[in-house]
Design a protein around this ligand. Structure first.
Ligand SMILES: *Cc1c(COP(=O)(O)O)cnc(C)c1O
Length: 482
C-alpha cells in the first residue's frame, strides 16, 4: 500500500489502523538481560517475556486482532458438537479459500500430523519447494523423506528475484521420474516459504507445478499459513495480477491445490488451523483423524472464541490494508538495514526481516552456530528477541551427525499490526550498532540437546567470555542507557 505520498518525498509505510488497546513493555538493564540469557541457555525460545522489550521471535499467535474479531469472540456459541461458531467458520473458509470441506485442527502442525499420518508411508518421498521445521518433523516421523526443489536463486541472499519461493519445475519432474509417482504421496508447496526468508512463489509457478502433478497424477498440498502475504506480493510483483484483488489471487492459488492447510496463528491473526479440500474422498480419508488427534469435528481442539476470531480474520485477509502493514514494515526495515551495510535477505519477504548471520559472523564457524550467537547478542544489547533459523533449527541426520543449514539466518519477525515505526527504527539502530561491533560476537555450544526439534528447548553456552566484552563496548558507547 504505497499509494499515500509524503510531501517531503519520504517513503514511509503509513498505518491504516489505530491502536486502541496497549500493553506496557519493559526494557530491563543489560546486566539483567545477560542473566536472562544464562537462565535460558542462550536460546531465545527460553526467555521469559518479562525480560524482553520487542518480541520479534515469531508472527505465530502474536498478531493484533481487530475490533471486529474481538467483538465476534463475545458471540461464540459454546457447544461440543454442532456449534454455530463452527458453521460461521466453515462458511468463511469456503468464501475466502474457496474450499467446500473444512476440518478444524488446533494449529498448523496438527494439520501436518494428520496429512502425514494419512498419506506418508515408510520410504515415501515428499517433494517441496522448501521444508518447514514442523512439516519435515511429521513427514520423517511417519518414515518419509523430503526433497527440497528450489531454484539456485533462492539461496542467494542479496537477490532481486521477486519469487525465490518458486519450485524448480525441471527438478520436480526429474525427482518424480527417479522415485516413481507411486512413492510420492503429495507435492508440498509452501506459500511465502518461511525458512528462506518468507519468500513468495508466483501463481505461474504454481500453475506449472499443477501441470506436472496432473501429468503424473500426484496431489498438491498447499501450506497456506502465509498465503495472505504471498498473495499481496503477487499483486505487487506478478504483472498479470497487478489489478487483481486479494480474494481473487488467493482463490486462484488455493484452486490449484487439492488440499490446503494453514496455521490460523498466522493466516487470520487468530489461533487454530485447518485442512480444507473440494474433494469428498480426501475429506473422508482425513475426517476420522480429527476426533482422534484434535477433538470433535466442529471444534478440532480450538476454543469457540478463537473459531469466531478466525472466521472474521479470514474475511479480513481480503482487505489489502489489513495485510499490508507487516510486509510494508518489513520492506522498510530491510531497505534501512541494507543502506547501513547490514547483510539481510533480499528482496524483502514476509513475516520478518532475515539477517544473514553467515556474513555478519563470518568469523564464527558453523559448528558454533553463528545465527544462534547473533540472536543471543542482539537480545543482549537491545532486548529485541529474534529467532535462530540456521543449523540449530536443523535436525541431526539418521546417524546423529549435524546437518548444517543452507543459510544461517536471524529472523526478526514483524507480527501483524503490533509494532510502531519508532520501534522498527530502534531495531534498525541497535542492529546497525551490533553489525559495526560484530567482531566481538563469539560462538555457542550445546550443553543440553533434545532429540526432536532441539531448537525449542535446547540449552547452549558461549564458547568464551564474549558476552561480557560486548557489554563493555555497549557501555562505552551508550553509557548508562538501557
Ligand atoms: C507456522 C507455520 C506452520 C506451523 O504452524 P503452527 O500453528 O505453528 O503449528 C507451518 N507452516 C508454515 C509455513 C508456518 O509458517
Amino acid at each position: 500500500m504505497n499509494e499515500i505520498k509524503f510531501y517531503n518525498g519520504e517513503n514511509i509505510p503509513l498505518e491504516l489502523h489505530k491502536v486502541r488497546i496497549v500493553q506496557k513493555l519493559h526494557l530491563v538493564p543489560i546486566e539483567r538481560r545477560l542473566e536472562a540469557l544464562q537462565e535460558g541457555g542462550f536460546n531465545t525460545f527460553r526467555l521469559n517475556t518479562k525480560d524482553v522489550f520487542l518480541d520479534m521471535l515469531t508472527d505465530s499467535g502474536t498478531n493484533a486482532m481487530s475490533d471486529n474479531q474481538l467483538a465476534a469472540m463475545m458471540q461464540a456459541d459454546d457447544a461440543y458438537a454442532g456449534s454455530q461458531s463452527f458453521f460461521r467458520l466453515q462458511k468463511a473458509v469456503e468464501d475466502v479459500l474457496g474450499k467446500k470441506y473444512y476440518l478444524p485442527v488446533h494449529q498448523g502442525r496438527a494439520a501436518e500430523n494428520i496429512l502425514s499420518n494419512a498419506y506418508v508411508r515408510k520410504g515415501n518421498l515428499v517433494p517441496m519447494n522448501y521444508h518447514f521445521t514442523t512439516a519435515m518433523a511429521h513427514i520423517t516421523q511417519y518414515g518419509g523423506k523430503i526433497a527440497e526443489l528450489l531454484y539456485d536463486e533462492a539461496y542467494v541472499i542479496n537477490s532481486s528475484h521477486p519469487f525465490k519461493g518458486n519450485m524448480n519445475i525441471e527438478k520436480l519432474e526429474e525427482v518424480i521420474k527417479v522415485h516413481g509417482a507411486k512413492n510420492i504421496p503429495f507435492i508440498r508447496m509452501e506459500a511465502s516459504t518461511n525458512l528462506i526468508g518468507g519468500q513468495p512463489f508466483s501463481v505461474q509457478n504454481l500453475r506449472d507445478v499443477r501441470a506436472i502433478a496432473d501429468k503424473y497424477n500426484i496431489r498438491i498440498v498447499l501450506d497456506a499459513s502465509l498465503l495472505g502475504e504471498n498473495a499481496y506480493l503477487v499483486i505487487q510483483r506478478e504483472e498479470e495480477f497487478k489489478d487483481s484483488t486479494m480474494g481473487e489471487v488467493m482463490k486462484i492459488m488455493t484452486g490449484l491445490a487439492d488440499i490446503v492447510y494453514f496455521s490460523a496463528r498466522k493466516l487470520s491473526s487468530s489461533r487454530g488451523g485447518g485442512i480444507c479440500t473440494d474433494n469428498a474422498d480426501i475429506y473422508k480419508e482425513l475426517e476420522a483423524l480429527v476426533p482422534l488427534f484434535e477433538g470433535f469435528l466442529t471444534y478440532g481442539g480450538i476454543s469457540v472464541r478463537e473459531i469466531e476470531a478466525m472466521a472474521v480474520g479470514l474475511y479480513e485477509t481480503l482487505d489489502e490494508t489489513m495485510i499490508s502493514q507487516s510486509p510494508d514494515f518489513i520492506a522498510y526495515l530491510v531497505n534501512a538495514l541494507d543502506a547501513h551495510g547490514v547483510p539481510v535477505v533480499k528482496p524483502a519477504g514476509v513475516l520478518g526481516v532475515h539477517v544473514d548471520a553467515m556474513q555478519v559472523c563470518e568469523h564464527i564457524p558453523q559448528k558454533e552456530y553463528p545465527a544462534g550467537a547473533l540472536a543471543a547478542a542482539l537480545f543482549l544489547i537491545s532486548g529485541i528477541r529474534g529467532m535462530e533459523r540456521g543449523s540449530i533449527s536443523n535436525q541431526r541426520d539418521e546417524y546423529g551427525n549435524e546437518t548444517y543449514a543452507d543459510m544461517e539466518l536471524v529472523r526478526l519477525a514483524v507480527p501483524r499490526r503490533v509494532f510502531t515505526l519508532s520501534q522498527i527504527k530502534y531495531v534498525e539502530d541497535r542492529m546497525t550498532w551490533l553489525y559495526e561491533n560484530r567482531a566481538l560476537i563469539g560462538g555457542l555450544r550445546f550443553v543440553y540437546e533434545p532429540p526432536v526439534l532441539r531448537f525449542f528447548m535446547g540449552g547452549l553456552e558461549p564458547v568464551s567470555d564474549w558476552p561480557q566484552k560486548l557489554i563493555a563496548k555497549f557501555k562505552e558507547d551508550f553509557g548508562e542507557s538501557l
